[in-house]
Design a protein around this ligand. Structure first.
Ligand SMILES: CC(C)(COP(=O)(O)OP(=O)(O)OC[C@H]1O[C@@H](n2cnc3c(N)ncnc32)[C@H](O)[C@@H]1OP(=O)(O)O)[C@@H](O)C(=O)NCCC(=O)NCCS
Length: 161
């Protein structure tokens, strides 16, 4: 029964909109489930309240399915984080969120968007390459290895016109 009810919330079209401070608990939980170093609710709330930070969320029903967050200073934006709930991955949700987010950043005056990504993160690299990001530099051994070799961080850039 619980599984059936929860499946109702994971179906359907995602609704995308700007996030607010009340989304901090759900965003912190999704961030924590998606990255090795999580953000606390307080950290996320601080970011959501920062006037330089722009965040979009995707809801399916009342559940957070994904978010994307950037810092915009003058005409330069940096994507701080993007994550999609495990059960919703591979369905184009990150692509939709990123498109909406880039349009909003452009509307707010961003002319360049940067981000940093682990060279091993194939889904993220595909997402960004398809959205027109190009590698501009590399930070060697930036991410610790999982018991093995460390990985480079790639710095990607996209100009918005
Ligand atoms: C990266 C992430 C946000 C992508 O979200 P998503 O909603 O699954 O992405 P989409 O469905 O929009 O797919 C984006 C591209 O990645 C590809 N992709 C998705 N999952 C993939 C996988 N497991 N392996 C390889 N490519 C994959 C898709 O095919 C698509 O490329 P295409 O348009 O050429 O077909 C998601 O995997 C995630 O939350 N990962 C953990 C957090 C993270 O690493 N964030 C990025 C940090 S820079």
């Amino acid at each position: 029964m619980i599984g059936f009810i929860s499946s109702l919330f994971t179906r359907g079209e995602p609704a995308m909109s700007e996030a607010a401070a009340r989304d901090a608990p759900a965003i912190a939980a999704l961030h924590g489930a998606s990255f090795r170093r999580g953000w606390s609710e307080q950290e996320v709330e601080g970011l959501l309240l920062d006037r330089h930070v722009i965040t979009h969320r995707a809801l399916i029903g009342t559940k957070l399915a994904g978010f994307i967050m950037s810092r915009l200073v003058e005409d330069e934006a940096e994507i701080l984080s993007v994550a999609v709930a495990r059960r919703q991955r591979g369905l184009g949700l990150a692509r939709q969120l990123l498109n909406l987010h880039l349009r909003r950043l452009a509307g707010l005056g961003a002319s360049t968007v940067f981000l940093e990504v682990d060279e091993r993160n194939n889904p993220a690299l595909r997402l960004y390459q398809r959205a027109g990001f190009n590698e501009v530099s590399r930070r060697p051994n930036y991410y610790p290895g999982h018991g093995g070799k460390a990985a480079d961080a790639l710095v990607l850039r996209r100009d918005l016109s």
